[in-house]
Design a protein around this ligand. Structure first.
Ligand SMILES: [Zn+2]
Length: 173
C-alpha cells in the first residue's frame, strides 16, 4: 500500500535521497515538492496479546464472530497512545480482565491490512472474563490445547508457536 500523493496537500510525491541522522544512510524516501517535506510511509499499528493467567500455565484465546478457530485479543493503536496502553485497554475491553504486567515480544508487518502488529505477553488478574460484542466467547487453554485451537495459518498462530517453542517463528506471508 504505497502512498503516491502527499496526504497534506495532494502533490504527487517523488523519491528523494535522505541522508538520515549522524551520517546514517536512510536511502530514497518519498518527498513532497509542495510542502518541501519527506513523507514517510504511513501504515497502521496494532497489538495482539498472549494473555496469561497469574501462574502463567494457561493462555486465554478468543473466538471472533467470524471464522474458524481461536485468536488473540488484539486491536489498533490509537494516535497518541502507547502500545502498552493499547494492550491493557484491549484486554479490559474485549474480555474484561485487568492486566498486571505486559512484555513486548516480536513485531511483524501484515501486508493485507498494511499493519505493523506488535505482539505482547500480558499477565492478568485472576478474575472471571467478561466478553464484549467483538468476541463470541473466550476460554483458558493449556499450551497444548492452545496450539490445537489457534486459527491455523494466522499471525496469531505464528506468534503462539514462537512463544511456545522459543525464538521467532517465520511466517508464510
Ligand atoms: Zn505536500
Amino acid at each position: 500500500m504505497d502512498m503516491n500523493y502527499c496526504m497534506q496537500c495532494g502533490t504527487k510525491l517523488r523519491m528523494k535521497y535522505h541522508e538520515g541522522h549522524d551520517g546514517e544512510d536512510a536511502g530514497m524516501v518519498p518527498w513532497c515538492d509542495g510542502c518541501e517535506s519527506f513523507r514517510w510511509p504511513v501504515f497502521n499499528t496494532a497489538v495482539s496479546m498472549i494473555v496469561l493467567n497469574e501462574t502463567k500455565d494457561k493462555i486465554l484465546l478468543i473466538k471472533p464472530p467470524k471464522g474458524e478457530g481461536y485468536v488473540f485479543v488484539a486491536g489498533y493503536v490509537m494516535q497518541g497512545e502507547e502500545a502498552e496502553e493499547t494492550a491493557r485497554r484491549e484486554v479490559l475491553e474485549e474480555v474484561g480482565l485487568t492486566v498486571t504486567s505486559e512484555q513486548f515480544r516480536h513485531s511483524r508487518y501484515y501486508p493485507r491490512t498494511n499493519t505493523l502488529m506488535l505482539n505482547f505477553t500480558v499477565t492478568v488478574k485472576d478474575e472471571a472474563p467478561k466478553t464484549n460484542y467483538e468476541v463470541q466467547n473466550c476460554r483458558w487453554f493449556t499450551p497444548d490445547e492452545a496450539r490445537e485451537n489457534i486459527r491455523h495459518g494466522s499471525l496469531a498462530e505464528a506468534f503462539l508457536l514462537g512463544y511456545l517453542d522459543g525464538g521467532v517463528y517465520h511466517f508464510p506471508f
